[in-house]
Structures are given as structure tokens and as C-alpha cells.
Design a protein around this ligand. Structure first.
Ligand SMILES: NC(=O)c1ccc[n+]([C@@H]2O[C@H](COP(=O)([O-])OP(=O)(O)OC[C@H]3O[C@@H](n4cnc5c(N)ncnc54)[C@H](O)[C@@H]3O)[C@@H](O)[C@H]2O)c1
Length: 332
């Protein structure tokens, strides 16, 4: 993409959290961007800044992706595609496993066929969830996956994304499709909502209201959080990189923080008096919910392929998210 200044780019799920930041970046680069999103978890307001700045360069299609590809989208051609549309979030996934599996597998299958028809370079969003409950200190792309039993619906998200990866890799192997797969680790920042069980916006919203910050389990489980603006800056480079072609690439931060540490950091940054309380997993999700103690990405593959240097520390992400939430509540 780097040398194609005015590419026509499709971003599926572009009204979502990560997708809308990618749209901002692409429009800033002068690209013509088409977003297809059914607004199931995405919001039109996420695209307002882009629409205000870029006018005609942004086209929004409100549709289920598969339906659009089968219908009016069939004749459209793009220079590249970023496929981010998915059923996302642990809570949503536990509540609606059928929707999760069908959305994630069917939409990805449809977009792969679509990309294949035009030999269009494609980036497929996957997730660190596919590593499952592996006990490694650090997760590398070629590690074994360790998922829980099929009776635990939590794993349906990981499994559906793993099928997406198999499908994408098979399209590369069998049909030569130029496709790369990105395993996002926990990505955070403005426009992320807590409704679907995302921990940072949930903590920030509670700290702003002075409500108790609910930490699930003993709170010593840790995660590595990468600011969404740093994450999306890496995506065009990954799509362009020969080293990432037909491969899976981890994308995230490799600095872990425990949920207890995160709750305290949120309190400190926002100078909040909120109490930190611990809630059993069974109460937060459902009986038998399984969580991971830690999840740190091995970033050597991405670092050897592109210049990946995040610039947003977690405390800044938290204050930016808080500023956005306060702005939204003051607008009513
Ligand atoms: N946020 C994270 O920390 C994280 C971590 C790992 C992987 N990911 C992956 O990154 C991608 C984007 O996630 P996000 O956090 O921005 O979530 P999001 O829910 O904000 O974005 C997903 C978007 O896809 C849209 N969508 C869902 N089903 C659709 C369909 N059938 N047709 C058209 N649009 C549809 C939703 O409306 C939404 O706008 C997803 O593929 C997700 O699996 C995100």
C-alpha cells in the first residue's frame, strides 16, 4: 500500500473499535475507503471524525458483509482489504455462541472468496484467544494451541478464529491469495466500549462514576495492553510485508499488567476514590468459566518484518479513554 497513495481499500467492520481507527489512518494517507459494517457492535459515531475530515473519500455501507458480497458488492474491486468484521468480546461470545461461530466463520469464508476473485491482498484479523489456555510464558505464532472442551462456549470464539486462520492459510497455499493474518492481543483505547466485557473501558467507566471497580477472580491474572492507535499503524506495513505473506503475526504489547495493577493504575490516573472489589468468575460469566493467568506475545516476527514502535503508554490510553467517556456523558 505504501506506494499506492490513492488505493481503494475495503475495511470490513470499519465502524468498530479497531476498524474505525484504521479508517482514520487510511484516510489520512489519502486512500479511498469503503466500510461495510452491520453495526451489530460497531457505531456510526466512530466514523464521524473520519467523515468530517475526509468527505467523499469515505463510503459507508450498512450491511451484513456476506449479504453485501453476494449482492451489490459482488462487482466491486479493491486494491486491498482489511477484514475486521467479527463477533467480538468474551461476554457476547458466552451469551451468543451460535452467532459468534456463524458470523466469524461465514463472513471470513465469504471475504476470502471475494478477495480471491480479484487476487486482492487481504489482511485477516485474528486473536490471541486462539492460543487458548497454553501455559507458556510467551506465545509465539507457531506454538501449539490449547483450547478447552467444546462444552465451554467461551472457546467457540477462539475456535472460530482458528478456523478463519486455517481458511486464510489454505487460500494462500492452494490459490496463491496474498493474505496475512494478525493475532491481535488486548487492544485498548478511545471508542472501545465496556458493554461486551472489555476490561479497560469497564474499569475506566466505573472509576469515573466512583463506583466499585469489579476485578474478576483474584485479580492476579495479567494481560498486555496495546493502544489501538499503535496497533492500526502496524497494519498497512504487515499487509505490504513479504515476510508476513501467508503467515500469522502477533500484534500487541509485551508488557504485562495484572488486573489488580490495572484497577489501581486506573484509580491513580483518574484520581478516583472507587473501591476495588473482587467478583468470582461464576458470578461475572457462567459456571465453569475458564480464564488465562497471563498472555504475553512474542513480537520477534513482527519486529523483524516492519518497524513496530508503539508510542502510547497505558496511562495515556486510560486518560484519553476517560476524556472521551466524559465528553460523551456531558453531551447527554
Ligand atoms: N479489541 C481487541 O482487543 C481484539 C483482540 C483480538 C482480536 N480482535 C479482532 O479485531 C477485530 C476488530 O475487533 P474490535 O475490537 O474492533 O471489535 P468491534 O466489535 O468494535 O468491531 C467488529 C465490527 O464488525 C462489525 N460486524 C460484526 N459482524 C458483522 C457482519 N456480519 N457484517 C458486517 N459487519 C459486522 C461490528 O458491527 C463491528 O463494527 C475482530 O476481528 C476481532 O476479533 C480484537
Amino acid at each position: 500500500m505504501a506506494d499506492r497513495r490513492t488505493s481503494r481499500v475495503l475495511v470490513t467492520g470499519g465502524a468498530g473499535f479497531i476498524g474505525s481507527h484504521l479508517v482514520d489512518l487510511l484516510l489520512d494517507g489519502g486512500h479511498h475507503v469503503v466500510v461495510v459494517d452491520d453495526l451489530s457492535t460497531g457505531r456510526l459515531s466512530n466514523l464521524e471524525p473520519a467523515r468530517a475530515r475526509s468527505g467523499d473519500l469515505l463510503e459507508f455501507v450498512h450491511s451484513d458483509l456476506g449479504r453485501w458480497i453476494d449482492g451489490e458488492g459482488a462487482d466491486h474491486r479493491f486494491d486491498c482489504i482489511f477484514h475486521l468484521a467479527a463477533a467480538v468480546g468474551v461476554k457476547l461470545v458466552v451469551q451468543d455462541p451460535i452467532g459468534t461461530i456463524e458470523t466469524n466463520v461465514h463472513q471470513t469464508s465469504a471475504v476470502l472468496e471475494f478477495a480471491n476473485a480479484g487476487s486482492t491482498p487481504l489482511l485477516v484479523a485474528s486473536t490471541s484467544e486462539v492460543y487458548g489456555k497454553g501455559v507458556n510464558d510467551v506465545f509465539s505464532e507457531d506454538d501449539d494451541l490449547l483450547l478447552g472442551p467444546t462444552t465451554r462456549s467461551r472457546w467457540s470464539y477462539a475456535c472460530s478464529k482458528a478456523i478463519d486462520e486455517y481458511l486464510a492459510l489454505a487460500h494462500h497455499e492452494q490459490r496463491g491469495l496474498p493474505v496475512s493474518i494478525v493475532r491481535f492481543f488486548n487492544t485498548v483505547g478511545p471508542r472501545q466500549v465496556g458493554d461486551y466485557g472489555m476490561v479497560v473501558p469497564r474499569f475506566v467507566a466505573r472509576a469515573l462514576r466512583g463506583d466499585p471497580i469489579e476485578v474478576y477472580g483474584d485479580g492476579e491474572q495479567s494481560r498486555c495492553f496495546c493502544d489501538v492507535r499503535d496497533a492500526v499503524r502496524a497494519l498497512p506495513g504487515i499487509l505490504d510485508s513479504r515476510a508476513c505473506l501467508g503467515r500469522v503475526v502477533n500484534l500487541g504489547s509485551d508488557s504485562p499488567i495484572s488486573m489488580n495493577g490495572l484497577a489501581q493504575l486506573v484509580k491513580d490516573v483518574l484520581e478516583s476514590d472507587s473501591e476495588i472489589v473482587h467478583v468470582p468468575y461464576e458470578q461475572a460469566y457462567s459456571e465453569g468459566f475458564e480464564d488465562l493467568r497471563s498472555r504475553v506475545p512474542d513480537l520477534s516476527r513482527i519486529r523483524s518484518a516492519i518497524d513496530f514502535s508503539p508510542v502510547h503508554p497505558l496511562h495515556r490510553t486510560i486518560s484519553d479513554l476517560a476524556r472521551e467517556l466524559q465528553g460523551a456523558s456531558s453531551r447527554g
